[in-house]
Design a binder for this molecule. Structure first.
Ligand SMILES: [Cu+2]
Length: 175
C-alpha cells in the first residue's frame, strides 16, 4: 500500500461520503413516491365510495323499491273509480306493465327507481316525474279517454333506454 498518499486518502473519504449522501436521497425519493401513491389510492378509494361512504350510499336508496307494494308492482283499487299504482323503474322496464284501468279512473301513481334515475312520462298526458332511487314521487291523473297510453323513460339511463316502454290500458266504459 505504498501508493496511499494523503491525496488518495482524501479521495477515498470523499467518495464514501458522496455515496452515503446519494443513498439517503435515493431512499428519500422512493419513500416520497410511495407516500404519494398510497395517498392517491386512499383519496380515490374514499372519494369513489369504495370505503365507508359507499356502504351507506348504496344501501338506503333502494328501500322504497324493496318494499312489498313496489316489489310486487301493485295496482290497488282505493275507491269506486280510484286506483293507486306503485311503479318502479328498472334497467330497462317499468313494473307493473301493463296497468289496466277502466275509462274515467283516477290513478295516483307512486313512482320510484330500483337502480338509476329514470324519467316517468306518460305520453298524451301531463304525467312527467323523475324516478329517483330512494325517493317516491307522486302524481294523480284521470284517464277520460279509452286508449293505450305508453309510459316512456325520458331520462337517459343506458344502452337500452329507448326500449324502456310500459303500457297503461284504459278500457272503454260499458254503455
Ligand atoms: Cu331511460
Amino acid at each position: 500500500m505504498s501508493d496511499i498518499t494523503p491525496e488518495t486518502r482524501f479521495d477515498h473519504a470523499f467518495h464514501k461520503a458522496a455515496d452515503r449522501h446519494e443513498r439517503v436521497w435515493i431512499f428519500f425519493t422512493i419513500a416520497l413516491l410511495a407516500l404519494l401513491f398510497a395517498g392517491t389510492l386512499a383519496f380515490v378509494a374514499v372519494d369513489f365510495g369504495v370505503v365507508a361512504k359507499g356502504a351507506g350510499f348504496y344501501k338506503s336508496p333502494l328501500t322504497p323499491a324493496d318494499s312489498p307494494l313496489f316489489k310486487s308492482g301493485k295496482l290497488v283499487k282505493t275507491g269506486p273509480s280510484a286506483y293507486s299504482a306503485y311503479v318502479t323503474g328498472k334497467l330497462w322496464y317499468w313494473t307493473p306493465s301493463p296497468i289496466h284501468v277502466p275509462q274515467g279512473a283516477t290513478v295516483t301513481f307512486y313512482v320510484t327507481s330500483a337502480d338509476v334515475i329514470h324519467g316517468f312520462e306518460v305520453q298524451g298526458t301531463t304525467i312527467n316525474l323523475t324516478a329517483i332511487p330512494g325517493v317516491v314521487g307522486t302524481v294523480s291523473y284521470t284517464f277520460d279517454k279509452a286508449r293505450i297510453y305508453h309510459i316512456v323513460c325520458n331520462e337517459y339511463c343506458g344502452i337500452a333506454h329507448q326500449s324502456m316502454i310500459g303500457e297503461i290500458i284504459v278500457d272503454r266504459r260499458p254503455t
